[in-house]
Design a protein around this ligand. Structure first.
Ligand code: FAD
Length: 290
């Protein structure tokens, strides 16, 4: 394989220009990219290293919510004070991500743009209705996280577009969040099944006002479980309702059998983990200040 040329833009405009070239591919932490190149799955002529672009790094609060630069490394999510306050679920998920070595390289943007069915960071972002900020030849645009994933390793990004940041809306009151991941080991393993859930409860603490459930590794893309959400919203939260919602999530999962787990096992685990995540999210919602 011929060595690709390496470009190091220091601004977004330079990067957009570089990515317009033939065979140009964006590179962040390269933890997905290098293995894919070694396997011959992609053969870039030019690698556009995004890491020097200052405006794509860091976490800050804006009027729209919490803005997480796409180059933020998974390791940085673990101890960022704004993430800890505004989206602790993201820090929780980051803690179970790969190994310290991989977390020190891997970026949140790379995890989303690689669009693996098992992309861990997609789940907490799907359940808070995050938005992707994107920049390309045509200028800037926004994509709802629920619209971002289009297939295995396929996103809604147009050729040459760069994911610059993810914006998470301000945390809602009386809302609990939880996630559950199943792999053979606790770390260094892609999930067989991953689930994240949020529940916002009514002021009296009994009804579910709003629910979000996201599933990983059980469909070609990380995805919301709309059926489960509809079962919960507006209803009195009981153990039976949570069981029904978990059943709903399992029925809308589309798992496949592979070397790691069978379709049937994944579907059953979707039910079990959804129930676990929803129970925990409801419990945490009750602990929030009204
Ligand atoms: C040993 C090992 C363990 C792993 N464990 C986990 C795990 O537990 N959970 C998990 O979810 N993943 C895991 N991964 C996968 C990988 O580490 C993540 O997906 C990582 O977040 C990718 O980020 P990156 O910065 O390395 O992306 P890169 O490899 O640099 O890029 C990935 C893809 O995204 C594109 N891209 C990157 N950034 C942008 C951008 N800003 N705009 C447009 N396109 C972009 C690249 O062109 C490429 O196609 C693991 C990988 C390894 C090797």
């Amino acid at each position: 394989m011929a060595e690709p040329q390496m470009l190091q833009p220091s601004t977004l405009s330079e990067a957009v220009k570089a990515l317009a070239g033939r065979g140009a591919v964006a590179m962040a932490g390269a933890t997905d990219l290098i293995p894919a190149m070694r396997k011959g799955e992609i053969r870039p002529r030019v690698l556009v290293n995004l890491k020097g672009i200052a405006e794509m790094t860091g976490v800050r609060r804006t009027r729209q919510g919490t803005r997480i630069g796409a180059l933020t490394r998974v390791a940085d999510l673990l101890d960022d004070p704004i993430v800890a306050q505004d989206l602790p679920l993201l820090a929780d998920v980051a803690a179970g991500f790969a190994s310290p070595q991989i977390r020190n390289l891997a970026t949140i943007g790379g995890n989303l743009c690689n669009a693996a069915p098992s992309a861990d960071l997609a789940l907490p972002l799907l359940v808070v209705d995050a938005t992707a900020e994107v920049r390309g030849k045509g200028g800037r645009r926004k994509i709802a996280m629920s619209e971002f994933f289009r297939g295995v390793n396929r996103t809604a990004l147009r050729p040459g577009e760069i994911l610059t940041a993810i914006v998470v809306p301000r945390p809602r009151r009386r809302t609990g969040m939880a996630h559950a991941k199943l792999g053979v080991r606790k770390a260094m393993d892609l999930a067989f099944v991953g689930v994240a859930a949020t529940i916002q409860i009514s002021p009296d603490g009994k009804k579910c006002r709003r629910a979000r459930v996201a599933l990983g590794s059980v469909a070609p893309t990380p995805r919301r479980a709309a059926k489960a959400e509809a079962i919960l919203e507006g209803q009195l939260v009981t153990s039976q309702l949570i069981d029904e919602a978990a059943e709903g999530a399992a029925s809308e999962s589309r798992p496949v059998t592979d070397l790691r787990a069978s379709r049937e096992y994944r579907r059953e685990m979707t039910r079990v983990l959804t129930r676990r995540a929803l129970r925990e999210a409801f419990r945490r919602a009750g602990k929030e200040q009204p």
